[in-house]
Design a protein around this ligand. Structure first.
Ligand code: ADP
Ligand code: MG
Ligand code: MG
Length: 252
């Protein structure tokens, strides 16, 4: 089992404090969902964990199995087992999807443990089949001309290929129709197990009908204000954030 531990995290963007003391512990074999109003710091949390330089950690700690993540460079964080699927993946013209994934896998492996071409192709075929992706998607330039749904599906393909210890999925469901949502969920569920933990950032309870989380957290104004099980997401669907804000007497 591995543990990702976030303690009293404070993060600022351009001197504006966005995260104001966030605590969260995720173990492998656990799926956590985090929900919250727009602009409340969900993507900021993802960016800070991955080491996006636009976000400044002013206080607090992040540990991955006891190792200090905040002292790691971005590529070290990836090698240590962290993965982020973003809302708007960037296009990389001139690099095919397959080339990108093979490089991503091998950059995480030791010199004497690189994945062979045969092994890569076999695994790619298997994972693309799970996601109902046409073979030609592998040979297209990364995200170039991909539709919104194809981009999201492709983020999940990367997840299945790279098999990180921890994945943060930032609004992977936004803009997906119901069929694409099911496929994306199938991919995440395929990863579930004792060597994988996830933090799913979403606005909608809908996704959580397909990926049943073990824990649901509500973030408001840069802090987790309430945690519970899947029933918490259902309550939000019924009441919106107002009910929670009122119950907790928050000034929001
Ligand atoms: P969420 O993902 O919960 O919708 P974000 O973490 O993206 O929220 O944003 C939190 C706040 O930080 C928002 O008020 C947003 O406007 C602000 N913000 C995000 N990115 C930047 C940036 N690059 N520069 C300045 N402000 C930003
Ligand atoms: Mg948002
Ligand atoms: Mg966001």
């Amino acid at each position: 089992m591995k543990t990702l531990e976030i303690k009293n995290l404070h993060v600022s963007i351009e001197d504006k404090e966005i995260l104001k003391g966030l605590n969260l512990t995720i173990n492998t074999d656990e799926i956590h969902a985090i929900m919250g109003p727009n602009g409340t710091g969900k993507s900021t949390l993802a960016a800070a964990i991955m080491g996006n330089p636009a976000y400044t950690v002013t206080e607090g700690e992040i540990y991955l199995d006891g190792e200090n993540v905040l002292e790691m460079e971005v590529d070290e964080r990836a090698r240590a087992g962290l993965f982020l699927a973003v809302q708007y993946p960037s296009e990389i013209p001139g690099v095919t999807n397959a080339q990108f994934m093979k490089a991503a896998i091998n950059s995480r492996r030791a010199e004497d443990d690189k994945m062979s071409v045969m092994e890569f192709i076999k695994k790619l075929d298997e994972k693309m089949a799970i996601l109902n992706m046409p073979e030609e998607m592998a040979e297209r330039y990364l995200n170039e001309g991909f539709s919104g749904g194809e981009k999201k599906r492709n983020e999940i393909l990367q997840l299945l290929m790279i098999q990180p210890a921890f994945a943060i999925l930032d609004e992977i469901d936004s803009g997906l129709d119901i069929d694409a949502l099911k496929v994306v969920s199938r991919g995440v569920n395929e990863m579930r197990g004792e060597n994988f933990g996830a933090l799913i950032i979403t606005h909608y309870q809908r996704l959580l009908n397909y990926i049943i989380p073990d824990y649901v957290h509500i973030i408001i104004d840069g802090k987790i204000v309430k945690s519970g099980g899947p029933e918490l997401a259902k309550r939000l669907e019924d009441e919106g954030y107002r009910g929670i804000v009122k119950e907790l007497g928050l000034d929001f």
